[in-house]
Design a protein around this ligand. Sequence first.
Ligand SMILES: CC(C)(COP(=O)(O)OP(=O)(O)OC[C@H]1O[C@@H](n2cnc3c(N)ncnc32)[C@H](O)[C@@H]1OP(=O)(O)O)[C@@H](O)C(=O)NCCC(=O)NCCS
Length: 385
Amino acid sequence: MPGTRGLEEVVAAQTAISDIDGKLGKLWYVGYSIDDLARHSTFEEVTYLVHHLRLPTQIELEELLEQMVNDREAADFVADLMPTLAKQTSPMSMLRTGVSAASAYDPDGWDQSPEANYRKAIRIISLLPTLIAYYDRHRRGLDPVVPNPKLPHAANFLYMLIGEEPSQEMADAMDTAFIAYVDHTMNASTFCARVVASTLSDMHSSVVAAIAALKGPLHGGANEQAMRMLEEIGEPERADGFVKDLFARKERIMGFGHRVYKTEDPRATILRTLARELGEHTGDTKWFDISQRVEQVVMDEKGLYPNVDFYMAAVLHSLGLATDLFTPMFAAGRAAGWTAHIREQYSDNRLIRPESEYIGPRDQRWVPIEEREEPEDAPGEEAVS
Ligand SMILES: CC(C)(COP(=O)(O)OP(=O)(O)OC[C@H]1O[C@@H](n2cnc3c(N)ncnc32)[C@H](O)[C@@H]1OP(=O)(O)O)[C@@H](O)C(=O)NCCC(=O)NCCS
């Protein structure tokens, strides 16, 4: 049977973590709708949910909060890498390197037991915001701010970036943004994580693979590109001309379209409201206004809906994040989902090893190098260079 390009509609795993109805525009984590969780839950509670497949009791939540607070600090070796990484590399490459480096100092070492893997998962989830904040402060010539054990995950992230405690509105918005990114079925980075886990490679290596996949502009990089577009547009009145020009050049608008949703991405609905509220809170609605105008033109011209990354751009900008930290923040949220999927893969593992469909020449005969002819236009050369 011929393959499906991009594995569209291929079911690569069974999961109890999240589910999407692309026609209805619905997303559930363990059967709870994203609207419900965004409105009532916290990132920590959702982390518990995707790992244990049920909501925690009060005591269980408190235990997890304590564990996450204790796991926020980076090992000296990892923290010491930050000044160099801040000078030399992009934030997503830093994150990939940071997680890789952190594996060398994980207290559970190469223990692959389910208990050790759960502890490693929580450590990775807790550490990512610290890595991002340390990196950002180093490159801005500022001292890193050590994590504040009194603050929840999202508020502490803003605190470590900005150096002061955020308002409740800002902390809540950051929390909602993290929840929106936690999981999304078999997206490219989660698939990568599960492929690596299926070889029985370790938790950190599987997360490193996921970060590498998320880095690309067709996946996690879209929120950053969406913000750069909003900045280039600059004013709501310029949105029409800008978008029409892009379409005339057959370029893609980042933050629009989706492989699964054929209607509005439910996370876009949540983030649209959040972007407006945050704009009102900070007294600067310009980014929301431009976003709304772009959304209208894209809908009129192409009938495309915004995905999670589009209004996330205005949200993260209003929260004071540098634009190139948007995708790392996505990774920090998705780490909860990745690690849950990795543990799910381990719990009922079979090596993920699909087929390919061979389309090259057959029955070739090897000839000595001096007898080989100059190639004409070798097919596919451009694609592999
Ligand atoms: C997400 C995405 C990769 C899904 O891609 P896909 O399922 O492979 O869909 P396709 O690339 O086949 O697109 C289908 C059609 O819609 C168009 N389209 C899809 N997304 C588009 C976009 N963002 N801007 C312009 N046109 C778009 C394609 O050009 C194509 O049109 P055609 O049939 O006339 O050639 C794609 O929508 C995209 O590139 N979006 C921008 C990046 C982004 O926001 N990524 C974050 C995803 S959460």
